[in-house]
Design a protein around this ligand. Sequence first.
Ligand SMILES: [Zn+2]
Length: 235
Amino acid sequence: MLGEIEQLLNVQRVDQTLHDASSHVDRLRAHRQQLEERIDRERASVSALADRLRQMEIESHSKNLEVDNLDMNIRGYQKRLDEGIISFKEMEDLRTKIDLEKARISQLEDEALDGMESLEGARADLSSARDELGGREDALRAQIAEVDRQIEAALAHVAAVAAEREGHLVAAPAYLLAQYSALRSKFPNPIATLDHGTCSGCKLRVSGNTAERVRGGMGIVTCEHCSRILYLSSD
Ligand SMILES: [Zn+2]
């Protein structure tokens, strides 16, 4: 095999390794992103529970305020009734108002009792969700730390392969590297074997003349269909 072909094959081999290593880094980063998003979702579900509890507490508080207001109204009506310097019609109106407001208080107090149970349930839900979140988040953070170690190792591998590539580039002639780079932008394997007269890159049969030139080791020979650089496999 021509020395130049061997040099280009070395470049092609490290380029493929570099491509695989970079894809590996990309996959690890995507996985890391998914783990971060899971933590965000877990947190969001706990804060939704906290929001729900806060809303229930606000509703409960406003019911208590309403009871206080009604109670104050009733005492005001009662005072006017007790002082007795009003007409019979006004006394009837006041008694009706007192009855209505007492009924409303009783309804609010029933609701408050139910609300207490719901509040306790919501507090318990939030508390256990917070406890579980802690454990789950720790586990996810540990997974992220492990992925970070893998990313670091993969990046070190990429850097080592890139350095190796530089070494191979120095060895090969510049005009061939330019030809290789142009082909590499189209195919992952710009250097292809000639198998029984067929280009292993595009799977098309080359002319007898081309095949002869490859077999005879007559310089750099390219496939007339895809322009890949052809060589005879040693086996
Ligand atoms: Zn071809």
